[in-house]
Design a protein around this ligand. Structure first.
Ligand SMILES: Cc1ncc(COP(=O)(O)O)c(C=O)c1O
Length: 393
């Protein structure tokens, strides 16, 4: 049987010329040997059970419409029960191509044009584009940075929720890019504010399986029955199992009325269902790839230690605690550079392709986001380049 240990994840993968977005054309000024550490996919092979399922699917001779059967949702529900202690009824699930398509449908179903949708920046940048792009009003309640830890600013959140036309709170749990895994207490407090002001929660939990600390992910909808009734959860196996190129996401909506509205919007947007490859890959992921995930998490924890050691508190670049995700939020304010110069230092001088903090909105100034789901040798090389470019050796 294959072992998912350090040697497995250490094996170099050549992704150039495979149509990979991550390894595509870099921004202007990047050296030819630039190391891509930006978009959130991993340089590790997708679990063998998933690739085997896709090979079997490829042997079929007919590719008709796909019915997602009960057995499939049993497998997915069992995953949530085992790993997060959340019991889900089959009727709450809906297949969607991607998490963002589900977030967009939910936002449009639950807030009318012009109505308010609140989010906490810095946050995954497509959220703001979805809200403004579909004509809803973007309301920002910035996170608060206390030392090296980002927290919710409940006063700022309540100020936005209490506005008459505010309809949706868009949550990122765990939070990309600040790598916080929100605690039950934090979610409870946030949820109570939403309940008090009659605002529904759309919770993007795509990073939920990537918890690096020794605790469990808490789904917002599992905090209480009352919160389950106002929460739409968007999830996928795609981040967890490195299969973002396969449309295989799902929504979980316990409340019948909300479910009806969001499903209608999915239909209105032509967003119904999956192809057969999506179903088979998702089932092999949740049903057969747990040992692979445990191996991955161990490896990511090792990479996190390498980053902590390279960029400790008090230095010119500080790696904030990474509780979950494989995205490190680097506080580079100690370098004393403006954001243009910071971009140039990383991309052009160091030759590492990260996402600029400013892409994530308010509070991103002076930060860079580094994707450390790569072979350790690559991470070490990137750190060496960054330190040399920043004069930290
Ligand atoms: C928080 C978050 N949501 C959604 C996505 C994208 O998910 P999908 O490709 O399923 O739309 C990402 C990808 O990085 C993400 O970080």
């Amino acid at each position: 049987m294959e072992r998912f240990d350090t040697a497995y994840f250490d094996t170099p993968q050549d992704r150039r010329g495979t149509g990979s977005l991550k390894y595509g054309t870099p921004p202007a000024g990047a050296p030819a040997d630039v190391i891509p550490m930006w978009v959130a996919d991993m340089d590790f092979p997708t679990p063998p059970a998933v690739t085997a399922a896709l090979r079997r699917a490829g042997e079929r001779t007919i590719f008709g419409y796909t019915a997602v059967d009960e057995g499939h949702w049993d497998t997915v529900a069992s995953w949530y029960r085992r790993r997060m202690g959340w019991t889900i009824d089959q009727s709450w699930f809906a297949p969607i191509p991607s998490v963002l398509s589900g977030v967009s449908a939910a936002v449009r179903a639950l807030a009318a044009p012009g109505e308010g949708v609140v989010l906490c920046q810095p946050v995954y940048y497509p959220f703001a584009r979805i809200i403004t792009g579909c004509g809803r009003s973007l309301r920002i309640a910035p996170l608060r940075l206390e030392g090296t830890r980002c927290t919710f600013d409940y006063d700022a959140i309540e100020k936005e929720l209490s506005r008459k036309d505010c309809k949706v709170f868009l949550l990122c749990n765990p939070h990309n890019p600040v790598a916080r895994v929100w605690t039950r207490e934090e979610l409870q407090k946030l949820g109570e504010l939403c309940l008090r002001h009659g605002v529904v929660i759309v919770s993007d939990e795509i990073h939920a399986d990537l918890i690096l600390d020794e605790r469990r992910h808490v789904p917002m909808a599992s905090v209480s029955e009352e919160l389950a009734q106002i929460t739409v959860t968007a999830m996928a196996p795609t981040k967890t199992f490195n299969m973002a190129g396969i449309p295989a996401a799902h929504l979980i909506i316990p409340n019948e009325e909300l479910r009806g509205k969001v499903r209608d919007m999915c239909w209105a947007s032509g967003l119904a269902g999956w192809g057969v490859a999506s179903m088979l890959a998702a089932r092999a992921a949740y049903g057969e790839s747990e040992p692979w995930l445990e191996g991955l998490l161990d490896y990511l924890r090792g990479n996190r230690e390498v980053l902590y050691e390279a960029f400790p508190a008090g230095g010119p670049i500080v790696c904030l605690p990474v509780e979950g995700t494989y995205l490190a939020w680097l506080d580079c304010r100690g370098l004393g550079l403006d954001d243009g110069s910071l971009h140039d230092l990383f991309l052009k001088k160091a030759g590492v392709w990260l996402d600029d903090g400013t892409m994530f909105g308010k509070g991103g100034e002076g930060f860079m986001r580094l994707n450390f789901a790569c072979q350790r040798a690559t991470l070490t090389q990137a750190i060496r380049r960054i330190k040399t470019a920043a004069g930290m050796n």
